[in-house]
Design a protein around this ligand. Structure first.
Ligand code: KG4
Ligand code: ZN
Length: 372
């Protein structure tokens, strides 16, 4: 009998010390994902499977993720995604189910939580609800074996924050965006300049051919602390585009220069704020970055440079584990179970769920859901 839920589990497992295989389910934004991760104490964790079904094609043409479409697509794709992640092994190999319980677009979060509850109840498995941001924040322990405490910068289309990760469930937010996430700014810039989605890689490709000669603002650089702002940059890009092409036809060279100038502005702001965050964090084992924007070569190199200046090791999980995925949720579930934490069938889906409950709420909640 389990003392947390009062339910009978199929078999007794010592969650703190036993080898664990956990099924992770993620459906909080626009990727339906499931994965199996196995961890034997004392050894490096192993990702047995990691399946992601994206929804880009469904949202194309709407200028962002449409919550209703996302929720329906998650509901349709979840079963199959989990089945693929199990790779014919069945649930026999699974010791627990971990699921993103927030923050995010509520329709998808609910769909994931309901499926996880169904599996847990049907197979007699323990259930653990995971904070999506904790999933990102703990990924460098899965991929690089980092020990606590480390500084984490999450930079994606939905997130932008500096977290001092001190332990499982113990995070301090040192700063974050007060409006858009950098990925949103890349996507909006791409749209303004007629480049394809996702905007980040398209802007990066253009930037490689251009010169950062156009003056653009460095938002909040003059303000103390580690908070960031990106919404003004896209307005500045719009104005610069108007100046360069009053008749509407932007020359290719100017477009490349505008992309290079935009990327340089984002890079400079992220680098300087990272410097400050490292100073504010105190002694850390590493500076880790994750999120789609961390795939940008110029940004990655600048952040690596900041870590080197500070004499701090740098860690950046491989891109498929930087972006939304089920393995990070399975791993965060394993970390929670090791700490003796788990949930029961009353687990609730939370649209907002700040990692650092003590920090003041961030402004804005972006097209990709709550930034918490
Ligand atoms: O982490 P992610 O896959 O999803 C979430 O937003 O949670 O990040 C996607 C974001 C998009 O906004 C995309 O344009 C941006 O990351 N991105 C990039 C690059 N690759 C993806 N931004 C800048 N440079 C890139 N190479
Ligand atoms: Zn994410």
């Amino acid at each position: 009998m389990d003392r947390h839920s009062g339910r009978c589990y199929r078999r007794r497992v010592d969650f703190r010390n036993a080898p664990l295989t956990v099924l992770g389910i993620e459906a909080s934004c626009d990727d339906t994902a499931a994965a199996l991760v196995r961890h034997v104490p004392g050894a490096a964790p192993v990702i047995l499977s990691n399946v992601v079904a994206g929804q880009d094609a469904l949202h194309e043409g709407f200028g962002g993720v449409v919550p209703e479409i996302a929720a329906r697509a998650h509901a349709e794709a979840l079963d199959l995604t989990v089945e693929k992640a199990l790779e014919g092994r069945g649930l026999r190999v699974v010791d627990a189910v971990a699921v993103t319980a927030g923050p995010g677009l509520i329709g998808g979060v609910v769909a994931g939580v309901m499926l996880a509850k169904g599996i847990a109840a049907g197979a007699g498995l323990p259930l653990v609800g995971v904070n999506h941001l904790a999933g990102h924040a703990l990924t460098p322990r899965l991929t690089d074996g980092l020990s606590f405490p480390y500084l984490m910068l999450l930079v994606s289309g939905g997130h932008c924050q500096f977290l001092l990760v001190r332990g499982e469930g113990d995070h301090r937010r040192l700063g974050g965006t007060i409006d858009d996430a950098p990925g949103e700014a890349f996507d909006k810039t791409a749209r303004l300049l007629g480049l394809p989605m996702p905007g980040g890689p398209a802007v990066e490709r253009e930037a490689a051919r251009g010169t950062p000669r156009i003056a653009l603002p460095r938002p909040l650089l003059g303000r103390e602390g580690c908070d960031l702002s990106f919404s003004g940059l896209k307005t500045a890009v719009l104005r610069a585009r108007g100046d360069l092409a009053p008749d509407g036809a932007l020359r290719e060279g100017d477009r490349a220069d505008l992309c290079a100038s935009f990327q340089a502005a984002v890079t400079e702001v992220l680098a300087e704020k990272s410097r400050r965050a490292l100073r504010a964090a105190g002694p850390v084992t590493a500076f880790a970055v994750a999120g789609g924007v961390a795939a940008n070569g110029a940004i990655r190199a600048a952040l690596e440079g900041v870590a080197a200046e500070a004499g701090t090791p740098f860690a950046a999980p491989p891109p498929p584990l930087c972006t939304d995925n089920g393995a990070m949720i399975a791993w965060a579930g394993i970390e929670a179970l090791r700490q003796g934490r788990r949930d029961d069938l009353t687990l609730a889906a939370r649209p907002r769920w700040p990692l650092d409950e003590a920090a003041a709420p961030m402004l804005g909640s972006g097209k990709r859901g709550a930034k918490a």
